[in-house]
Design a binder for this molecule. Structure first.
Ligand code: AMP
Ligand code: MG
Length: 402
């Protein structure tokens, strides 16, 4: 057996992401910026009002209440210069939020502190305001030439808004990965209907496709193949030809019909690893024409845990993420998480809750590698070092899922 750290180093060192590409802003959410972005212009681009009200000269409000002559209305989107609106001494202009400050005005009085005459010719201003009152200056958010975002930023909806505000239509990013998922096994069937003796339903493809979807990848269903070398070879070559990475499940253990590792060894540069972890001890990792292939174990919990520990971090690294692992927290154990010493690190499926500001975990159910219900119920994987486990009231590291 090799350590988890060694196995991860092997895998992570052999996964390279595709070249950065330019994508439209509408396709960029969740992707990682591959180049820094500078602002070509000021945001906001011009001085404008933060309030509906009256644009005035601050000096005219001294000794308020004062009555000023109304010279016009500036709506958002109107250029007051073109509209011929100028605020001279003793005058005010009605102004709407976002509208440019008219020449001559240096402050805004919010509409709630004013009262316009019925004929609209004058306005009574109830308060004194300082210069700059409710005025948004040009460049208050971004100054032309500013570095807006560094490479490596994960584009959130807020980032997309900022990019749109400086007129960016497209950005250079690490593009979305296409990742294929293939199930292997003579015993597998899909969907409802009676099972013949010895048959089970394919649980791995839906869970792995779901994990990829959660990761933001374009998950490609490569279907399932029987335990036949020719069929597995064809499916792997097909997957590698149209995907950035391929996940398989099953066929990497010590059984007579575990052909995935045999085929991967023949057509790719493969390393078969027995990793000192439970579940998910066997892992076949190889590359076909440079495309990483993760030969995950067949047991449903093992395939998901193996995805978490190897595929997910590798795919995130290929997508340009600096943070590749799940968040690890320290939690109090309720009810104990027992285990036996066997030279492996165990990953126990646990429910996670926050009580009085502290994380608290308890077993999510049956811990067998075939018992998928506990995996489905789990909010985390508790990391149990080799030994007898963690007693009730003890503390444990937990990888938070989802
Ligand atoms: P294998 O690694 O192919 O020997 O599979 C290990 C165990 O996982 C066996 O009990 C298989 O029946 C089971 N298994 C393999 N693939 C799947 C799958 N896609 N869905 C559910 N169970 C599976
Ligand atoms: Mg099998």
């Amino acid at each position: 057996m090799i350590s988890l750290a060694e196995a991860r180093e092997h895998v992570l060192g052999r996964c390279e992401g595709p070249e950065p590409v330019e994508v439209a802003l509408s396709d960029a959410r969740g992707l990682v910026l591959a180049e820094p972005v500078d602002s070509p212009e000021h945001v906001p681009p011009f001085a404008n009002t933060a309030m509906d009200g009256f644009a005035v000269r601050a000096a005219d409000t001294v000794g308020a209440p004062v009555v000023l002559d109304v010279v016009g209305t500036v709506a958002a989107g109107v250029d007051p210069v073109v509209a011929g609106i100028e605020v001279g001494s003793g005058t005010a202009a009605r102004i709407m939020t976002g509208a440019p400050m008219p020449p001559g005005a240096d402050a805004v009085v919010m509409v709630e502190r004013t009262e316009m005459a019925a004929d609209g010719a004058t306005v009574s201003v109830a308060i004194e305001v300082p210069v700059g009152n409710h005025v948004r200056s040009p460049g208050e958010d971004l100054v032309a030439g500013d570095r807006v975002f560094e490479a490596g930023v994960v584009l959130s909806p807020g980032h997309l808004g900022v990019l749109a505000s400086i007129g960016a239509l497209a950005v250079v990013v690490h593009r979305q990965l296409r990742v294929g998922v293939l199930s292997t096994g003579d015993e597998l069937r899909d969907g409802p209907g009676a099972l013949a003796p010895g048959q089970i339903r394919d649980a791995n493809r839906p869970s792995l496709l779901g994990l990829l979807d959660e990761l933001g990848a374009d998950a490609v269903d490569l279907g399932r193949v029987v335990d036949d070398e020719t069929a597995i070879e064809a499916a792997l070559l097909d997957g590698a030809s149209r995907c950035d990475a391929v996940l398989t499940s099953g066929g990497v253990s010590m059984g007579d019909f575990d052909y995935v590792k045999v085929v991967l060894d023949r057509i790719g540069d493969m390393r078969w690893m027995q990793v000192a972890i439970k579940p998910a001890k066997p892992l076949a990792f190889g590359r076909i024409d440079g495309v990483p292939v993760f030969g995950l174990p067949g047991n449903p919990v093992s395939s998901m845990v193996s995805f978490e520990l190897f595929a997910r971090p590798a795919l995130r690294a290929m997508s340009g993420h600096a943070e590749i692992d799940r968040t690890c927290i320290r939690a109090d154990v309720v009810g104990g998480l027992p285990r036996h010493a066997d030279g492996k690190v165990h990953f126990a499926r646990v429910g996670v809750e926050v009580v009085d500001g502290r994380f608290r975990v308890r077993s999510a159910g049956g811990q067998g590698s075939h018992q998928l219900t506990a995996m489905a119920a789990a909010g985390g994987l508790a990391v149990l070092p080799d030994g007898d486990g963690i007693p009730d009231g003890g503390e444990v590291d937990v990888l938070l899922l989802g």
